[in-house]
Design a protein around this ligand. Sequence first.
Ligand SMILES: NC(=O)C1=CN([C@@H]2O[C@H](COP(=O)(O)OP(=O)(O)OC[C@H]3O[C@@H](n4cnc5c(N)ncnc54)[C@H](O)[C@@H]3O)[C@@H](O)[C@H]2O)C=CC1
Ligand SMILES: CC(=O)[C@](C)(O)C(=O)O
Ligand SMILES: [Mg+2]
Ligand SMILES: [Mg+2]
Length: 347
Amino acid sequence: MAQINFGGVVENVVTREEFPLAKALETLKNETIAIIGYGVQGPGQALNLKDNGFKVIVGQRKGGKTWDKAVADGWVPGETLFEIEEALEKGTIIQYLLSDAGQIELWPTVKKYLTPGKTLYFSHGFGITYKEKTGIIPPADVDVILVAPKGSGTSLRRLFLEGKGLNSSFAIEQDATGKAREKVIALGIGVGSGYLFETDFYKEVTSDLTGERGTLMGAIQGIFAAQYEVLRENGHTPSEAFNETVEELTQSLMPLVAENGMDWMYANCSTTAQRGALDWWKPFKEATKPVFEKLYSEVKAGNEAQKSIDSNSKPDYREKLEAELKELRESEMWQAGATVRQLRPKN
Ligand SMILES: NC(=O)C1=CN([C@@H]2O[C@H](COP(=O)(O)OP(=O)(O)OC[C@H]3O[C@@H](n4cnc5c(N)ncnc54)[C@H](O)[C@@H]3O)[C@@H](O)[C@H]2O)C=CC1
Ligand SMILES: CC(=O)[C@](C)(O)C(=O)O
Ligand SMILES: [Mg+2]
Ligand SMILES: [Mg+2]
């Protein structure tokens, strides 16, 4: 593994140069990879693995929307697309990519097919870390591994098609065959990771749940909403408020941060903006740090996992989620956003 310095801390990292695709294909040449679940990660990982030359099959409930999506994506019923139990039987590597709540329900079925020497693969530390809540306790004679792409399955696929890649973490929970390490790295490269950094199941799930509730998804919407409301309450129009809150960030400033860091983005703004941003980031940090501390402790206590299991196990969870997304979509801020997006010059 390459030793790479991240801001003064040296970490072990696996790169594509060090573990090329040819080596990954050689490592898994006798394996059949069964992708169980075809939601968001399922398609991204399955298609990338297939296009990279691995032997892949998909297991999905017949007759639903996702079955049709799999067919539309080129998976052939009876050849590469099967009912879940058939795929579980044929697969030597089981990539368990149902929703975290769905994994609990299907676990008794999955367990039946985990014969000695097979591999159980997750993209989240959830099921194993919270095993008291999920009941997911694999037999001792299978390998249990994790590759968690740090981003949406949709981005994993898009970046792959552009010849780029998302970074992923990897972890080994159980090494029954003595080969878990090379298998997990081969799979990480196979699904299209840019590079792989090592973690364990507990650290993966606690950082992931914190990140998505925090800056990646929850906190960002909270900060957008707060600033948008203040601007509107002070007489600014929706287009002005939206542009100064969201559009300029995603279209102009975040690409600069992605390219070369925060100081580079600051340096490309006015000295007036720089003065203000350098002063104001600190009170924002002070104000939000207690919320992040509360969030982390809720995650650590297992309360966030429990909430997600409870709500996502209900039969009508999809309708409820859709209703909440609709409320967000129909809020003035995001309606203004829809109009702003339409007005972006096309060429
Ligand atoms: N969405 C993403 O891009 C990311 C997801 N992950 C992890 O990857 C795993 C898969 O997540 P997603 O792709 O978001 O899943 P998802 O929420 O899209 O669901 C995947 C599939 O599971 C099926 N399903 C749900 N309950 C079921 C049940 N009881 N029986 C049979 N099928 C059922 C759904 O119909 C869907 O086709 C999770 O562990 C998640 O935390 C990790 C990184 C990013
Ligand atoms: C995309 C991702 O990695 C998330 C936000 O953690 C998730 O979808 O669970
Ligand atoms: Mg994540
Ligand atoms: Mg997540």
